[in-house]
Design a protein around this ligand. Sequence first.
Ligand code: G1P
Ligand code: ZN
Length: 546
Amino acid sequence: MQTANIQTIATQPFDDQRPGTSGLRKKVDIFQQPHYLENFVQAIFDTQPELAGGLLILGGDGRFHNDVAIATILRMAAANGVARVMVGQHGYLSTPAVSHLIRKYHAQGGIILSASHNPGGPQGDFGIKFNIANGGPAPETVTEAIYTATRSITRYRRLSDAAPPIDQCGAFQLGGMRVEIIDPVADYAELMTRLFDFDAMREWIASGHQLRFDAMHAITGPYARHLFVDLLGTPEEWILNATPLPDFGGGHPDPNLKHAAKLVNLTKGDQGVDFAAASDGDGDRNMILGRDCFVTPSDSLAILTANAALAPGYREGARGVARSMPTSQAVDRVAERLGIPHYETPTGWKYFGNLLDAGLITFCGEESFGTGSDHVREKDGLWAVLFWLNLLAASGNSVADLLKAHWREYGRNYYTRHDYEGIDSELAGQLMEDLRARLGQLPGQRFDERTVRWADDFAYTDPVDASRSTHQGLRIGFDDGARIVLRLSGTGTQGATLRLYLEKLETNPDEVTRDTQEVMQPLIQIADQLAEIRSRTGRQAPDVIT
Ligand code: G1P
Ligand code: ZN
């Protein structure tokens, strides 16, 4: 190693580098402060000694500051003794692709640069997340160790040499480290061709069905182009917003009914396309639409589990399933029918890692447009989209038919999430605190025709390593199976976001196709009465309803 080129730079701790639900996320200008990114990256190297002499996967969603951060991290990795880095061409790698590369090439870890679905650009958000050797997000023990290291950091190391250009595939030497610039799509696409029936999907498309995929000017554009246009033969125009842009074209790369409204419109009416889907900034989320219909992520998880055998990669069906606590219980009903275990974990993908590694589950998902399986250790947007396309092609049914058939067979867990964004943090904390204090008195209380059966502050003990996570959200269950959940977001970058999750089970087959918001009205009133959301926040309605 050419130690002569290593610089040791003196620095001071920042006190706000505790990673949230999904890594460290801040406004871009915070990351642009001198030493800010460097401190956090050095804390990763200081706490993860196996990276020295090892392989690191590096890439991001292409947002503003991605390139600057990658150059910095390459120089620091070389100075911290990393033997080899694989970085996506242009610095591009989707989050699931990073997870796959870590696993495929037995890397010691990966660094993902993204703030997921949050807007990008100089005024937008930036983020950094460390994934461990199993390909999944670092568990709390690791993120806490990194945070602790940031609290007492005094120096970081970097190479004085400039980082190599990364706009062409190839290999470079940077100090003692080998930098391999790789095609970001190839390995991931190869994995997908092993899991899904590409012949059936190609035929479905060739026989006149229409689909659209919205990459939202974020990372999935290049992936979708290869998978859909090159491998499945769709016209180029079917991939919308396919070019990644540093500011996502000014949009909000969050695939939900609000931010992907144009795509939703293409599914409306008799001329609507048969299938439409979108993914988010870093490619781990998905939204699934059929003609005149929307599949909630909770239902999607249940339906994929119930129909798994239609996909070649899942012919044996699921071993077990897991969902995050606020996700609807639809998949639990499928698991019970299949006689497989189901788990309820706190919000955030990292809690699925142990269950997947231990072989306890095949599928997992979150209501927040995240669905995945044991093929990687992240949620995977395009995987879910291909899975649905595979179901449509293999079953010959439309999205709406699959949905209705599922509800009639298993009942429908009507479900909605209401978000109140940018609330004063203290006020939001107090609202939660006061409701938490009242939970003990709720059981037995009547609200119109419903009675509270149980209420708790959700805590989780990991069945694999017995680690415990507390204060993961307030849950209130009613005698008719309805459920209200409240929690504060752990990914926001400004103020607090209050999330209210509402669920109501309907088992009468004649009642399963009603309008969700209408069905939910009584429960919404109860939630407001319980948590005093409107009176305390002054908000009359949520900012986002999904
Ligand atoms: C949100 C979602 C959560 C997801 C996370 C990262 O976190 O609710 O399910 O894992 O983004 O994509 P939150 O802001 O609610 O903490
Ligand atoms: Zn994401």
